[in-house]
Design a protein around this ligand. Structure first.
Ligand code: IPE
Ligand code: IPE
Ligand code: MG
Length: 237
């Protein structure tokens, strides 16, 4: 198999450990989130340089609204600031920004920043950066099922026609291929409601490193491990 074949087309990352990184240093949790933005730049650079075409980053789950208001507010500020500051550079690099998750729960201001970043970077050919914001798989699936049920009730679709493709096409991720590799930092070994449908045959990698310490070498280590895996998709080889 050529080297290119062993590069995952789509890498998805659960960026975990910002709070612990800050606590270890006697800092506030939000300082861990700020440090995490630098890791996003590094991961994006590494992904683009290695020929990965889709990078999904889990930045805020629907469950994260349950954190103290000060932390949620700090995260919203950071999303706005980062998206505005980074868009020109992403545009220059040919990175297209897309979003998955229920954006209707965000403030008007956050929604406008997201929409503008998506419009400005549309058509970028180097890599598609997919931000999972106010995302959870169960919420995404529930929204998709409501839409499919609405179409069935309106007579646009017969229940017997509903296939895996119908469901996949109703998810936020419809335009993108399934992830090949899911990385979760900080040593936790769980999916926390992330891409449950889409990651059915993804390879998983759980490094101990906390997200703000995640380096290009860590990204390369994940790719090396991926290249060694034998993906069988239920078949015999
Ligand atoms: C991940 O880091 C970032 C978000 C969930 C927004 P955490 O904030 O979960 O960091 P830990 O897990 O508490 O260390
Ligand atoms: C998952 O991390 C969500 C994001 C990284 C955005 P959490 O820190 O929220 O997950 P749990 O609570 O450890 O499962
Ligand atoms: Mg966490």
């Amino acid at each position: 198999m050529s080297d290119q074949k062993r590069i995952p087309q789509h890498v998805a990352i659960i960026m975990d450990g910002n709070g612990r990184w800050a606590e270890k240093r006697g800092k506030e949790r939000y300082e861990g989130h700020i440090a995490g933005v630098e890791s996003v730049r590094r991961a994006l650079r590494a992904a683009a340089n290695r020929g990965v075409k889709y990078l999904t980053l889990y930045a805020f789950s629907t469950e994260n609204w349950g954190r103290p208001a000060a932390e949620v507010d700090a995260l919203m500020e950071l999303f706005c600031r980062s998206i505005v500051n980074e868009t020109p550079e992403l545009l220059r690099q040919g990175v297209e920004i897309r979003m998955i998750g229920d954006r209707t729960r965000f403030s008007e201001k956050v929604q406008q920043h997201l929409a503008r970043a998506e419009e400005q970077t549309a058509g970028g050919k180097t890599l598609t950066l997919i931000l999972a914001l106010n995302y959870s798989s169960r919420d995404e699936i529930a929204r998709a099922v409501r839409e499919i049920a609405r179409r069935a009730a309106a007579g646009e679709l017969s229940p017997a026609e509903i296939s895996e493709q119908t469901i996949a096409a109703a998810l936020d991720t419809a335009p993108f291929p399934d992830p090949d590799l899911v990385i979760r930092t900080s040593g936790e070994q769980r999916l926390s409601n992330f891409l449950l449908w889409q990651a059915s045959y993804a390879e998983m990698w759980f490094p101990e490193v906390l997200w703000p310490d995640f380096s290009e070498q860590d990204f390369d280590r994940a790719l090396e491990e991926y290249a060694r895996r034998d993906r069988r998709f239920g078949l015999i080889k």
